[in-house]
Design a protein around this ligand. Structure first.
Ligand SMILES: [Zn+2]
Length: 210
């Protein structure tokens, strides 16, 4: 498992494939899984990574989901069975995930702050999907971008491609919502994370695409 920052771990689901995909584990006073991958192999990978930080499935207190696409939610029924943890996602996305996976998903408000790990704020960035969201960890100056931004080429950040978006123009335009936050680090479901100067990079992207 990749330690991204203190208490923030990345799980790389794509070790042997070209397509990159990550989930994350937050290890603070709670253990929080963010996104659940797509295949049974990914579930095994999450289990291995929990073990590597001395945790088991039952230690997972909460599952947060960035959005409804299959590579982020396909494993939710199995993950709920293994962990017994509640699932939460932005309130427009929650019912869509419930229908897709047959699991209970609690809705989160835009700007809602979950009182864990020093505060985890929901940033709703619509366009990639209805309730697509990022999660902001204020203590860490970190935004977990999910699919809101990608970095398929290291160092080059882009909006998500049109073929994966509900409304690519909205997805591109609304990236500017991230600029309301004080952050240095930006990590992606798909691509190579930006660990320094992330806000400047996002500002440049917003300027270039507006
Ligand atoms: Zn997606």
């Amino acid at each position: 498992m990749v330690k991204i920052l203190e208490g923030v771990y990345g799980i790389d689901h794509s070790a042997d494939k070209n397509h990159s995909l990550e989930s994350w584990i937050l290890d603070c006073e709670k253990t929080i899984l963010i996104d659940g991958g797509m295949t049974g192999e990914h579930v095994k990978g999450i289990g291995r990574e929990l073990e590597s930080i001395g945790k088991g499935w039952k230690d997972v207190d909460l599952i947060l989901v960035t959005h409804k696409h299959p590579d982020h939610i396909n494993n939710l029924p199995e993950l709920v069975e293994l962990t017994g943890a509640p699932i939460k996602a932005q309130k427009f996305e929650a019912p869509l995930i419930e229908v897709a996976q047959g699991v209970k998903v609690e809705g989160l408000e835009d700007h809602e702050v979950l009182p864990y790990c020093g505060g985890i704020e929901v940033i709703h960035v619509p366009g990639h999907s209805e309730g697509n969201s990022c999660f902001y960890l204020r203590n860490q100056k970190l935004i977990i971008a999910g699919d809101t931004i990608r970095a398929d080429v290291p160092g080059v950040i882009t909006p998500p491609p049109e073929r994966y978006c509900l409304d690519v123009e909205e997805a591109t335009r609304e990236i500017r919502r991230l600029l309301d936050y004080d952050f240095d680090h930006l990590i992606y479901s798909h691509g190579v994370d930006t660990m320094e100067g992330a806000k400047k990079k996002v500002r440049e992207l917003v300027k270039k695409t507006s």
